[in-house]
Write a protein that binds this ligand. Structure first.
Ligand code: UT7
Length: 314
């Protein structure tokens, strides 16, 4: 097997939108601070919908666009840090909703880098001959982890999901999913924490900011090198959507002048493991990327973990 490729993408966001002005009623903040420090204008917040609802909606859209059906899927991977149930895991619950029979189904939690980790494990499973068609989903209900009286976090995060249908390629075809660059700095893991039975997120914003703006660009360049591509050849760059200033700093250091850079954080906030597939799916839907375009995905955040790879646009 010569690897795998993304056949289609899909995404879903709950309809309720919170603006910066809405948040200014809850905490001591204002639109100017949020826009200038983080770049966010709005975020979507789930009300009645569960994490499984969000993930299933995104997966359904990706499947419909792929022309494949639930019967074709033999692997379901969900990247999330906001699953409440320990069993069944989110992947099994989504598979049951979609009517996928007898899939390998597991969740991955590497927080904001989760989607790129999940995509890599699906690609590895396909290369090993352990799967043929995978649903790889990033889904989060970050609102479950928020303290709505804490202005340092409640303005930043949002809910949503994105999904990719990933399929085996024929021998000899150029791989549609490039080698992953992944790792973590566990000695810094207390910089982002979501702990306890009723977990609340807190982070050392400035130290994560420094880490992301200094350490991630060289790793992102490594992912290009492993894929045998120069950053100047990239047509798209979809980093984790944490903060517009972080996205722009990494994009500048990466040196990819022809790449469309995803800036969905403006409309969606930080949706952790969902942010990359959500932003990528929107770029494709809007026609800002074309089939076959080389696109760099790069996730980073809690852990402090990171992962990224160059993929071909579906
Ligand atoms: O996705 C997971 C990985 N996480 C990240 O990548 C996050 C990386 N970090 C960041 O994006 C930024 O550090 C934040 C957006 C979290 C914070 O922005 P900052 O520019 O680093 O602000 P700061 O933490 O240095 O705070 C500056 C001031 C403080 O007030 P004082 O102490 O100077 O009086 C904060 O209390 O801004 C205050 N502040 C706010 N003011 C108005 C913090 N949050 C708010 C707020 N509205 N929402």
């Amino acid at each position: 097997m010569s690897g795998s490729r993304i056949v289609a993408l899909g995404h879903y966001q709950p309809p309720k939108v919170l603006t910066n002005d809405d948040l200014a009623v809850l905490v001591d903040t204002d639109d100017e601070w949020i826009r200038s420090r983080v770049g966010i204008r709005t975020r979507h917040i789930a009300e009645g919908e569960t994490l499984v609802d969000l993930a299933t909606e995104a997966a359904q859209k990706a499947l419909a666009r792929s022309g494949r059906t639930a019967a074709d899927v033999d692997l379901v991977v969900v990247a999330t840090c906001t699953a409440i149930e320990r069993s069944p895991n989110t992947a099994a619950a989504v598979a049951a909703r979609l009517g996928v029979k007898a899939p390998a189904a597991y969740d991955i939690n590497t927080v904001c880098s989760g989607f790129s980790y999940a995509l890599a494990t699906a690609d590895h499973a396909i290369r090993a001959g352990a799967a043929r068609t995978a649903l790889v989903i990033g889904a989060e209900r970050m609102s479950d982890t928020l303290d709505w009286t804490d202005r340092t976090t409640c303005v930043i995060f949002g809910d949503g999901a994105g999904a990719a249908v990933v399929e085996a390629q024929e021998d000899g075809a150029e791989p549609g999913i490039g080698p992953v660059v992944w790792g973590s700095e566990p000695e810094k893991s207390d910089a982002v924490v979501i702990t306890g039975w009723d977990p609340v997120i807190s982070q050392q914003g400035q130290s994560v900011f420094r880490w992301a703006t200094t350490q991630i660009a060289p790793l992102a360049r490594q992912a290009c090198e492993k894929a045998g591509i120069d950053p100047s050849e990239l047509k798209g760059f979809v980093p984790h959507q944490a903060n517009l200033r972080i996205i722009d700093a990494i994009a500048r250091k990466l040196g990819a002048p022809d790449a469309v850079v995803a800036r969905d954080v403006v409309d969606s906030g930080n949706t952790s493991a969902a942010s990359i597939p959500l932003a990528f799916s929107k770029l494709v839907e809007r026609g800002e990327l074309s089939p076959g375009d080389p696109v760099l995905l790069f996730g980073f955040g809690g852990g402090l973990a990171y992962a990224g790879q160059v993929v071909r646009c579906p």
